[in-house]
Write a protein that binds this ligand. Structure first.
Ligand code: PEP
Length: 250
């Protein structure tokens, strides 16, 4: 049985003050979350605050990105060992905003996935098609290419303790959500393509849905057999909405 993972991707949002209030709200309600594992991914600069406020709670934390490099002259980058200094459990790799706005290609994302694992972090690998790709009927081809780039780099067994987040680009931050049927179809495809390479890994792998998941639509998305949680952007910035999603996971 796969434990669903609900992870908040705060993106470049928050202040010290707002983050404290948000975490206070989440901590106050986390006792009602019985099934899901819960994590938040703040901006790098708030990791120390988050570590301090969440240590000793059941809520995990992680980062939104990491460098392909471990140290050196890479101005503005943050390395995996640095994330370990703040006890991050997860790190998001290949978010569509990183791919489209910051030019990360499949090879870079695969390297980040490998570096994260090599340093004891659990990568959350984001994949997903653009609206144009969906309309062209190449959703499966795009998602398969993005995942296979990682498998070719690290081997299929490395996916077993990782997480894949299927995030259709057209649904991220747009208020448009994939229907439960659309999402389930792609999740089943992903599990199927991995099962062709290793059935045990496919069974163990958690596949989150991301893309305008909110307090109103979470339950029917999370009820799908191959949806094992959610990567939540906008709705993770409101404690009540985020907790509603966490409770909807089981
Ligand atoms: C995301 O950026 O990972 C995301 C799913 O955002 P939103 O929930 O705001 O669509």
């Amino acid at each position: 049985m796969r434990q669903p993972l609900i992870a908040g991707n705060w993106k470049m949002n928050g202040t010290r003050e707002s983050i404290k209030a948000l975490l206070d709200g989440i901590k106050a309600g986390i006792g009602d979350v019985k099934v899901a594992e819960v994590a938040v991914c703040p901006p790098f600069v708030y990791l120390a605050d988050v570590q301090e406020q969440l240590s000793g709670t059941p809520i995990a934390w992680g980062a939104q990105n990491l460098s392909t490099e471990l140290k050196g002259a890479f101005t503005g980058e943050v390395s995996a060992p640095m994330l370990n200094d703040f006890a991050c459990k997860y790190v998001i790799v290949g978010h569509s905003e990183r791919r489209t706005l910051f030019g990360e290609d499949d090879a870079t994302v695969a390297t980040k996935f490998a570096v994260a694992r090599d340093n004891g972090l659990k990568p959350i690998l984001c994949v997903g098609e653009t609206l144009e790709e969906r309309e062209q009927g190449v959703t499966e081809k795009v998602v398969a290419r993005q995942i296979q780039a990682v498998i070719d780099k690290v081997g299929v067994a490395a996916l077993a303790d990782g997480v894949i987040a299927y995030e259709p680009v057209w649904a991220i931050g747009t208020g448009k959500t994939a229907t439960p049927e659309q999402a389930q179809a792609v999740h089943a495809f992903i599990r199927g393509m991995i099962a062709e390479q290793d059935a045990g890994v496919a069974e163990a792998l958690r596949i989150q849905y991301g893309g305008s998941m909110n307090a109103g639509n979470a339950a029917e998305l999370l009820a799908q057999p191959d949806i094992d949680g959610g990567l939540i952007g906008g709705a993770s910035l409101k404690a009540d909405d985020f907790l509603t999603i966490c409770r909807a996971a089981g």
